[in-house]
Design a protein around this ligand. Structure first.
Ligand code: XMP
Length: 319
């Protein structure tokens, strides 16, 4: 039970004292933590903060537009929008191994961010949306790391090589507190109560080689799924939901003709900690509607399947 206006006032003061008149740079991903950190720091120091939003071409539909509208448009924060799609796609060409894809996306992200940071020579601070659970995890990570099945490259994780001081105003907060803070700072409910999205984005939701064409199809299918979940009031009852692109073609029929197109899998899970998860028992009518819409609206996809695997033995993501 905390006093939110008092908390914000205190946090703002603390950031001002720490930073003084120096400049701060922050990697904005569109996720909850970096968004709330950006809103809080912007409240404290305004234009001394520059947010860098790197679009690796593997984001959800309209993500770039929404982030820019919110932070540059509504909050009047300084935001640099870097469209690095071609660079990422170029390096991912021909790569099919999931871990290799993660490594490349993580590495290129750091590279792009570093290049942007160089353009802001006055920046002395790197702000990050590190929250309390992240702090605990990296503290006691040794034994846990050995059991890591996937290297979780969160593109928010930037190296010390930038030579910047770290500003982490959310370090003491749990996720639900971060969300409350975000709402109190004026961020929209939908942005603050969003499902988690992996750093490598659609890169690990397109099985095998990542291609622009696949990403474009997947983005549209995924947006339809999320729209319909929200409309049916199922979004908040699931912990994570998304579409996965399967680069296999199957035969379908449309009108008098035969189609031979790609498959999309829908995944929706319920979980407390993301270590184990149940597949969500979505109503068949909802699944049917999503399937119909995807097949009718996304030319290139003629089959939709629903993933009914639990974690373990399956993982939440397909890669
Ligand atoms: P899995 O697939 O391992 O996912 O059951 C558990 C949670 O972690 C997320 N995830 C990632 N997040 N970078 C991230 O930032 C990654 O490489 C990555 N891989 C999985 C996944 O979305 C789920 O929330």
């Amino acid at each position: 039970d905390w006093n939110m206006p008092g908390y914000i006032e205190e946090a703002v003061q603390k950031i001002r004292e720490q930073v003084g008149d120096e400049e701060v740079i922050l990697g904005l991903s569109g996720g909850v933590d970096s968004s709330v950190a950006a809103a809080l720091i912007h409240r404290a120091i305004g234009d001394q903060l520059t947010c860098v939003f790197v679009d690796h071409g593997l984001l959800r539909l309209n993500e770039g537009k929404l982030v820019m509208e919110m932070f540059a448009g509504r909050l009047h924060a300084k935001v640099v929008h870097v469209d690095a799609t071609e660079q990422f796609m170029g390096h991912l060409k021909g790569v099919t191994d999931p871990e290799q894809k993660r490594k490349i996306i993580g590495r290129e992200f750091v590279e792009v961010f570093q290049a942007e940071a160089k353009k802001l020579p006055n920046a002395k601070w790197l702000a990050q949306g590190t929250i309390y659970p992240d702090v605990i995890e990296s503290g006691g990570a040794k034994s846990k790391k050995a059991h890591t099945i996937k290297s979780h490259h969160n593109v928010g994780g930037l190296p010390e090589t930038l030579g910047l001081k770290l500003l982490e105003p959310l370090r003491d907060l749990f996720k639900d507190e971060v969300r409350e803070l975000g709402v109190a700072l004026g961020l929209p409910h939908d942005m603050v109560y969003r499902h988690p999205f992996p750093g490598p984005g659609l890169g690990v939701r397109i099985l095998g080689e990542v291609k622009q064409e696949y990403a474009d199809l997947l983005r549209r299918a995924d947006a339809i799924f999320i729209d319909e979940l929200r409309a049916a009031d199922w979004y908040d009852k699931t912990s994570q939901a998304f579409a996965v692109f399967l680069p296999v073609k199957s035969v379908g029929v449309m009108g008098d003709g035969r189609t031979y197109e790609y498959v999309v899998a829908l995944r929706a899970v319920q979980t407390q900690d993301f270590m184990t998860a149940h597949w969500a028992e979505l109503p068949h009518s909802l699944l049917g509607k999503v399937s119909n819409r995807i097949i009718n609206e996304v030319r290139g996809i003629n089959r939709v399947v629903y993933d009914i695997s639990g974690k373990p033995p399956a993982t939440i993501e397909w890669e």
